[in-house]
Ligand binder design. Structure first.
Ligand code: PNS
Length: 169
């Protein structure tokens, strides 16, 4: 059985993430969408919240499981017998960081390959941090978030006190 992992912070999961997971699910027997800790980021949502949103977003894809892990991706992959990590690439700017991670993961777990899936052009510009920022200032994020969790995510995101467009002076 070919098991792949789609890892990420998912803070929160966006339609861009979901598109990569759906496409990966067509290529592998099982795909694990995995919430991990990115030490370079301070998440807005807790790991259980991010995992729950991801679980609801993926509920209709039969061969996708959702999990969370505090530790090295390479170790998690070994523990579940996964052969591949799948990462979405939006632009050349993503590449250097992803390339470095792929090499480190390969060094830590020689059995593990990293595959890059080019993002759907509809989601080229999309990132969790952009979504959080738009929502923070009261913008419409319905095009960016999976429909079934959109309202709950927006309700739980912190809102800026100056959402009415007033001057900050
Ligand atoms: O969505 P992100 O924040 O770009 O995902 C990055 C993530 C969480 C996949 C990466 O930080 C990660 O793999 N974290 C787990 C710790 C780990 O294995 N680090 C070694 C690779 S640098």
């Amino acid at each position: 059985m070919r098991i792949a992992i789609c890892p990420g912070s998912f803070d929160p999961v966006t339609k861009g993430h979901l598109n990569i997971i759906e496409r990966s699910a067509k290529l592998f027997d099982v795909v694990i969408a995995l919430v991990l800790v990115n030490p370079n980021k301070q998440p807005v949502f807790t790991a259980p919240e991010r995992t729950e949103f991801l679980r609801r977003a993926c509920a209709d894809i039969p061969n996708v499981k959702v999990d969370s892990y505090h530790g090295l991706l390479a170790d998690y992959a070994r523990s579940v017998g996964a052969c591949t990590i799948i990462k979405g690439l939006r632009a050349v700017t993503d590449f250097e960081y992803e390339f470095q991670q792929a090499l480190i993961n390969k060094k830590l777990n020689g059995e593990l390959e990293t595959m890059f899936v080019i993002t759907d052009s509809n989601y080229m510009y999309l990132s969790s941090s952009m979504v959080r920022q738009v929502a923070q200032f009261g913008g419409d994020v319905t095009d960016f978030l999976p429909e079934c969790i959109c309202k709950d995510i927006v309700a739980r995101l912190p809102r800026s006190k100056t959402t009415e467009g007033e001057s900050v002076q």
